[in-house]
Ligand binder design. Structure first.
Ligand SMILES: C[S@@+](CC[C@H](N)C(=O)[O-])C[C@H]1O[C@@H](n2cnc3c(N)ncnc32)[C@H](O)[C@@H]1O
Length: 380
């Protein structure tokens, strides 16, 4: 067994991202194939504990303390540093070690491992906060919601499990504006989610397609661009181009925009007609997946009215295959459904949406093993 583990580790060390994922998924399938009914019961029925207890670890700063310590710490050491009751803490630590998020080195003594170090990263911590605080309650409300609605499609963004879970009648993005902590975590989560990934312009011929701009023509409008990660990266890629790169988002979000010379911000509601006319690119990253076809069509039509003769719309979202969709994508799809009444789309669903908008897809450039793709769209 030890020699098999060593072989797998060395295989993974030299693997590219797609092969490394294949190894992880193969090991997952192997572990599942070995489960007894008892194992399955233990695994699935307690799954929800892990994010909740990891959040406790984050609240107490346990992962960072262990990652920054050059020697193992006892639960009493950690109790002093966190002000948590020693007995409570030792039980929490024992749980966290048992699921591999920290490493037990002796009786009530712990150190870090690769998972501890990942969890001590601010962006990854924010992803956990966002998912535990905002995504999990609607997911737990989902079974009753579906039963009450006789297992019909969730089609209204004001009637989803999110409204049930948080007792609100507002759509998620409006409700979110009343939750400043949510916005801070969400913005950091968005950064962590993109980190280390190939960028869309690594496959999209951005230099070639940015030629012959008029001097007063905007190059790039990052619609719903959050705090500007993509626009800042694009500016770094095209430093010599002086045409405007503009991040549009809600005012409350732009308040935390990354300051960057050459990147402007405009507070803008994409359910209103686009205010920047004739830009070369109108870019939507992870926007269409937030909305059902009806709302996505409003956003697209508001953009089409601003297009100039050489403009195009770039949609940066997942393009799902028809079968064998990876769990990284199916879990986002379930989240979209439960909180936003929206979806991740297959190639066919993207074509249908664009046809309804009066657009045609002239290219699909896939840039990650997670189906992230640029759909280049122009009017029919
Ligand atoms: C899933 S995030 C994607 C953010 C960014 N494009 C990225 O990929 O990191 C969706 C974004 O849409 C913004 N948004 C939601 N409703 C909006 C509206 N009506 N007008 C403009 N932006 C909106 C949110 O504030 C958020 O930043």
């Amino acid at each position: 067994m030890d020699s098999i583990i060593t072989q797998i580790k060395s295989l993974a060390q030299d693997a590219d991202e797609a092969s490394r994922r294949k190894i992880l998924d193969g090991l997952r399938d192997l572990a599942l194939s070995l489960e007894t009914p008892q194992d399955t019961m233990q695994r699935i029925s307690y799954l929800h504990l892990q994010p909740a207890l990891v959040r406790v670890g984050l609240d107490l700063n346990i992962f960072k303390i262990l990652a920054e310590s050059d020697h193992p710490l006892t639960s009493d050491d950690l109790a002093v540093q966190t002000n948590a009751a020693p007995n409570l803490l030792s039980r929490v630590l024992r749980y966290l070690a048992s699921v591999g998020t920290i490493k037990e080195t002796g009786d009530n003594e712990f150190t870090d491992n690769n998972i501890t170090r990942s969890l001590s990263d601010e962006g990854i911590a924010s992803a956990i906060y966002h998912n535990v605080n905002i995504i999990a309650p609607p997911i737990f409300a989902l079974p009753n919601f579906l039963a009450e609605n006789k297992y019909q499609d969730i089609t209204s963004s004001v009637n989803t499990p999110l409204q049930k879970a948080f007792n609100t009648d507002q759509p998620a993005f409006v409700w979110a504006q009343t939750q400043p902590e949510l916005i801070l975590h969400f913005n950091k989560f968005m950064e962590a989610e993109q980190r280390g990934m190939r960028r869309w312009f690594d496959v999209f011929p951005i230099e070639e397609k940015s030629r012959n701009l008029n001097p007063d023509q905007a190059l790039f409008v990052d619609v719903g661009g959050n705090i500007g990660h993509q626009s800042v990266a694009l500016k770094a890629r095209l430093p010599e181009i002086q045409n405007d790169i503009i991040v549009e988002d809600l005012e409350i979000v732009l308040a935390s925009a990354i300051p960057c010379e050459g990147v402007k911000t405009i507070a803008f509601d994409f359910f209103q007609p686009q205010v920047v006319k004739g830009a070369r690119f109108y870019y939507f990253r992870s926007i269409m997946h937030d909305w059902d076809d009806e709302k996505a069509l409003i956003i697209l039509k508001n953009t089409i009215s601003a297009l100039g003769p050489d403009s195009s719309i770039l949609i940066d979202d997942m393009v799902l295959p028809n079968s064998g969709v990876h769990w990284h994508a199916t879990q986002v799809d379930m989240t979209m459904m439960s909180s936003l009444a929206s979806l991740e789309r297959t190639t066919e669903q993207w074509h249908t949406l664009m046809e309804k908008a009066g657009l045609k897809i002239v290219g699909i450039h896939t840039y990650s093993a997670r189906y992230n793709s640029i759909l280049e769209c122009v009017p029919v």
